[in-house]
Design a protein around this ligand. Structure first.
Ligand SMILES: *Cc1c(COP(=O)(O)O)cnc(C)c1O
Length: 478
């Protein structure tokens, strides 16, 4: 193997067999799932790249920690350990565990947002924006314009556009901006990082106006890796040092432990401000539990503490990001349109370019994800118009420029050989792309519709040329 892609820095102690299915079976499963890959069962998937959230393989050390769970209702030893680790590695004064990232987002949004406020962010994340809007705020996108273009290759495509932030402050006033939410890295832009220089500038501007900076730290270790790789001053710093400096440019964070903390469940909210912490302690008991467990078992907190310690190991993160690159390099070599540069947790197919003949109202990314599953058993996720949802005021679809299918790489789970299978499946589909037909939505839930929406293939009216290729038949006849 090419040494550009380091071999796994772990060996395999436990294995889990995965499902092998036929195309015929998958056609049936897909129909039952309303052509929404979220509604498939995992037993129906061969290689499951739906998400890297909670799908991590924990280490033997973390599993050993699970046996040391101290399930005390209050003041568990594992909470004390987690608190120590978060203080040491992230540098925040206070931590409140939550059941997962959105639990922390709920608390932060409720505590800080008043109706009519604005919350600027470097592109939205689904649950993050939903909680902001639920509390009466309007999300304002302040990411650099280039982030909305899948083909512009920039080292820090997740950066905040400082001018956009300044303009918003000038327009609405600092009083109506409770905090700026900076995601490191930016999931929906394709896992794009934010530079240390940019974080420093955002913090400086916000400090001048008395506005807090809250990170969505979900993928902060991946961001630290990119800083080490791409920002000259940090080439010789450790991931751990970079991470701590990054966090120093914020006043707190929300965290989904299911990503960079290497656990299957958990999250937390951090802050330095004593008063905010006090108020968060009062609120958390309503939604999650005591401030010393926040909806988690003691064993889960222990696994998360150990996961944080492992996550800053250079060999771990180098391998992870190399896996993304390995897959991406094969797709690029085959001429398949993907988001560039490749981010930290996934490869994103550009469904607009992949399926140029399908208009956005017919959900090209949803269609592509469905067909990828049908042909190969590889499960991916739509990140386009379905995920973007509707504008609350006008009822119109948000129409994101990026219409993507996310091939998300779980941490420490699959090998390079699995990724070869995924690459081949994408290449086969690309060959037959002109035969794919779009979808219509037949059930639309009110919130976060992408999770449970149902679709049907659009039935084409007498088309000019019937498909001669049996391999990729229209979905409803499959
Ligand atoms: C996953 C994720 C969240 C939400 O976290 P959950 O643990 O799924 O609730 C928030 N922000 C980003 C960037 C995420 O990737």
């Amino acid at each position: 193997m090419n040494t550009n892609y380091p071999a796994e820095p772990f060996k395999i102690k436990v294995v889990e067999p995965i499902a092998m299915t036929t195309r015929e079976e998958r056609a049936q499963y897909l129909k039952e799932a309303g052509y929404n890959t979220f509604l498939l069962n995992s037993a129906q998937c061969y290689i499951d790249l739906l998400t890297d959230s909670g799908t991590t393989a924990m280490s033997d050390n973390q599993w050993a920690g699970m046996m040391l769970g101290d399930e005390a209702y209050a003041g568990s030893r594992n909470f004390i350990h987690l608190q120590e680790v978060v203080r040491e590695y992230y540098g925040f004064k206070h931590i409140i565990p939550t059941h997962q990232g959105r639990g922390a987002e709920n608390l932060l949004s409720r505590l800080c947002i008043k109706p009519g406020d604005y919350v600027p962010g470097n592109m939205y994340f689904t649950t993050t924006r939903a909680h902001q809007e639920l509390n009466g705020a309007q999300f304002v996108d302040i990411i650099i314009d280039e982030a909305h273009d899948s083909q512009i290759n920039l080292p820090f495509k997740g950066n905040v556009d400082i001018n956009k932030l300044q303009k918003l402050i000038d327009e609405v006033g600092a009083d109506r901006i409770p905090y700026v939410c900076v995601a490191v890295t930016v999931n929906l832009a394709g896992g794009q990082p934010v530079s240390m220089e940019n974080l420093r500038e955002v913090k400086k501007l916000c400090s001048q106006h008395g506005i807090q900076v809250m990170f969505d730290a979900t993928r902060c270790v991946e961001n630290a890796y990119f800083i080490k790789e791409r920002e000259a001053a940090y080439a010789h710093k450790t991931i751990r040092e970079i991470l701590k400096e990054m966090m120093g440019y914020s006043d707190g964070c929300t965290m989904s432990g299911k990503k960079d903390c290497l656990v299957n469940i958990g999250g937390f909210l951090c802050m330095n401000d004593d008063d905010l912490y006090q108020r968060a302690c009062e609120l958390v008991v309503l939604f999650e539990g005591m401030p010393s467990y926040g909806g988690l078992a003691g064993r889960d907190m222990e696994a998360m503490a150990r996961g944080i310690e492992e996550s800053v190991d250079y060999h771990y993160i180098h391998h992870r990001i190399s896996q993304c690159r390995y897959l991406a390099d094969q797709l690029v070599a085959a001429g398949i349109p993907i988001v560039l540069p490749v981010g930290g947790h996934a490869v994103f197919l550009d469904a607009r370019k992949f399926l140029e003949h399908i208009p956005q109202e017919q959900f090209p990314a949803q269609t592509l994800a469905a067909h990828l599953y049908l042909e190969s058993g590889v499960r991916s996720m739509e990140r386009g118009i379905v995920s973007a949802g509707r504008n609350k005021e006008t009822g119109e679809h948000y129409r994101p420029k990026l219409e993507l299918v996310r091939l998300t790489i779980p941490r420490r789970v699959y090998t390079y050989a699995h990724l070869d299978v995924v690459a081949q499946a994408c290449k086969d589909l690309y060959q037959h792309r002109s035969q794919l037909q779009g979808m219509q939505m037949v059930y639309e839930p009110k919130f976060l519709r992408f999770f449970t929406a149902r679709f049907e293939p659009v039935v084409q009216k007498a088309v000019a040329k019937p498909s001669a290729e049996p391999k990729v038949a229209a979905l409803e006849t499959a």
